[in-house]
Design a binder for this molecule. Sequence first.
Ligand code: SF4
Length: 352
Amino acid sequence: MLKREPYIDLVLGPQAYHKINDKILNYQNKKKKLEVTEFDAISKFEYFSKIKNQTKKISAFLTIQEGCDKFCHFCVVPFTRGPEYSRPVNQILEEAKNLVDCGSKEIILLGQNVNAYNFEKKRLANLILELEKFSGLERIRYTTSHPNDMTDDLIDVYKNSKKLMPLVHLPVQSGSNKILKLMNRKHTISSYLEIFNKLKKINSAIEFSSDFIIGYPGEDEKDFKHTLKLIEEVKFINSFSFIFSPRPGTVASDLPEIDKKKTLERLEVVQQKLFNNQINKNKSLENTTINVLVENRMDDKTKLFGRSEYMTSVLFSGSDDLIGKIVKVRIQKSNQNSLFGEIINQSNKKVA
Ligand code: SF4
């Protein structure tokens, strides 16, 4: 980039952004172009562990893992973020305690391969069970997972945890084994469905969301139909879907692309199906009462904003002292992305 674009003075990689102030000052003094793109995750997290995360957000992100060793053929993460790195357990628990002390009620554990977390044999399941003990913490989520790291110890946590939310974001990318192989995903549709069935057996209320790449090189009509079939079977309630877009340096970027028009047509069909699932799920919640974690007041000040256990936005009237609490909301209306309702007090009466 420095060679190609003369106006760039400094290239700072994602494992070095904590050095940004120093590097800019250094550039101002010495006027020497610089690139800092090494994968030094340890030094970054050591730096961050000295700073208190004071986000004060009701729902806070906490990075536990970075990088990826899986090398899916379409993805740049292993090249831009480096190998899998897991932060020490004590650093994570300290940061989590600080977040809870500052008022966070929900922690979303983050990692490019979050369920590959492994620090001295402590896995994601162990971390969740440790967080479960934090009395001020109400909800735990994690993202993003790989099906191959959805191990039985993690699946078992769904049996015992009261705080782990029943929405599993588990990217599948395609419903075709042929395409999964071409993508180097290292899992199959049957191994994916095995996880789905195990979790549904533990708790039938668990729902799934996913990521899909449509029009991956080599995808034919039959492969696409497999994707549609999988969507019908799993009934993902919320998903991200994109057309294949080649990333420089990846294996897939050298493969011949399929017809763009065809790909866009397929994307439209997939999205229609996914959106319908989302609409149907939200509609099924009308005239029911759900638990909502109240996060803040909407910018226009009229309504409170919270999230259901499935991460869906919920809007309703109420006072600011409810922010940070879990309240019961009777859902009256819904659309694709949001639920609208009114708060119910403990004795099941509407709050005026
Ligand atoms: S898609 Fe996910 S698992 Fe695959 S290489 Fe990228 S980060 Fe790793």
